[in-house]
Design a binder for this molecule. Structure first.
Ligand SMILES: O=C(O)CCC(=O)C(=O)O
Ligand SMILES: [Fe+2]
Length: 358
């Protein structure tokens, strides 16, 4: 089963008022394709004419240069007291959910061998940089989740590149969120109104393939994302596996010029479990090894950088099943909770929330 590729251009034209009215039927079909793919696969590929492959490359170039620095110099951007929600997270900090969640471990054991995820032996050996995108709330109960960004010194193009790529990815996510809402039979702004001033994070991972490039190395152990929707641009090295709702494992190939969207736990909450958070892992595969060999030949960086952005529901908004999803069979498993409280609970489980009471 291939993931559908949805071109956002027709929707953007209609939303901008420049398309013919008779295109509306087609738009409805596109929206239905978005919601169905999120429900059935937890993922979706989109094409957004505003996010070019050249923008993506510019972003990857800058982040590769950052991760190539020494560990000590990168640690200057580490902010554990802010739950690592801004600045760098060194390797060996983030713990994959499957390592600490007993229920998830039982689920993994019940999966057929061919679809079982790789078993991580400890915390993830990937680094990450968290860069806040978009306006922050002037008044919030969750100051750490909404902190000012940390800017590494010596990279003058950093801020502009991160802001530019981040805001393009947010624009794409907002369109997908509107289309998904329409497809699910909710009002067009059902999700986007809750995303306003959310703690959205451009959060590229950086994995050193020179040190950790052997087949089977688990960069990100089996997990779901705790946010609303995740969007990834292209990475120069493959390795992302996702699990479909039917339990099958699938290696993701993001075509050039496309973006990958994954459903996170906050979307699961808002749809009363109709749309489950997509499970995934990042592992060094044969295809990764081939890409390493090619990069060596071409003298390119051996840091695997992901173009990941986590979009969030605003920290002070309440998440609960919306509209008709309040009647979903499992709606009771998703009681109303403040998004910021939910995020802090999840961060504590994966070792990112400080142990000093923050
Ligand atoms: O490194 C990647 O490609 C994605 C990692 C991931 O799943 C995450 O950052 O949550
Ligand atoms: Fe993830």
């Amino acid at each position: 089963m291939d993931l559908p590729v949805v071109d956002l251009a027709p929707y953007l034209q209609i939303a901008g008022g420049t398309g013919p009215a008779e295109a509306e039927e087609g738009i409805r079909a596109l929206c239905a394709a978005v919601s169905a793919s999120l429900r059935d696969t937890g993922a979706l590929l989109v094409k957004d004419p505003r996010c070019s492959a050249a923008d993506n490359d510019r972003f990857l170039d800058v982040v590769e240069r950052y991760f190539a620095r020494s560990d000590d110099s990168k640690r200057l951007q580490e902010r554990p007291q802010l739950h690592y929600q801004v600045g760098v997270t060194p390797e060996g900090v983030e713990v994959p959910r499957s390592l600490v969640d007993k229920e998830m471990q039982d689920k993994i054991k019940s999966m057929p061998d061919e679809f079982q995820p790789a078993t991580p032996k400890g915390p993830d050996p990937k680094w990450r940089y968290m860069w806040r995108v978009g306006p922050r709330p002037s008044n919030t109960r969750f100051k750490e989740l909404n902190s000012e960004p940390v800017i590494p010194d010596g990279l003058p193009e950093w801020k502009e590149t991160m802001d530019s790529w981040g805001s393009k990815m947010i624009s794409a996510i907002e369109v997908v969120a509107e289309m998904a809402a329409i497809g699910f039979g909710l009002s067009k702004d059902a999700f986007t109104s809750l995303m306003k001033e959310g703690p959205h994070l451009l959060a590229p991972t950086g994995s050193d393939l020179l040190r950790h490039g052997s087949e089977g190395t688990v960069f990100a152990g089996f997990h779901y994302d705790l946010n609303f929707l995740t969007i990834h641009g292209r990475s120069r090295f493959p390795g992302l596996n996702i699990w479909l709702r039917n339990g099958k494992k699938m290696e993701v190939k993001v075509p050039v010029g496309c973006l990958l969207i994954q459903s996170g736990k906050q979307l699961e909450w808002l749809t009363g479990g109709e749309c489950l958070a997509g499970m995934h892992e990042v592992v060094v595969t044969k295809r990764t090894i081939e890409a390493i060999a090619l990069a060596k030949e071409q003298n390119r960086s051996l840091w695997r950088v992901s173009s990941t952005l986590f979009s969030h529901i605003a920290s002070d908004a309440t998440i609960k099943p919306l509209g008709h999803f309040a009647e979903a069979p499992n709606a009771n498993s998703y009681p109303p909770i403040c998004a910021g409280d939910y995020v802090e609970q999840e961060l504590a489980a994966i070792n990112l929330k400080g142990k000093n009471g923050l």
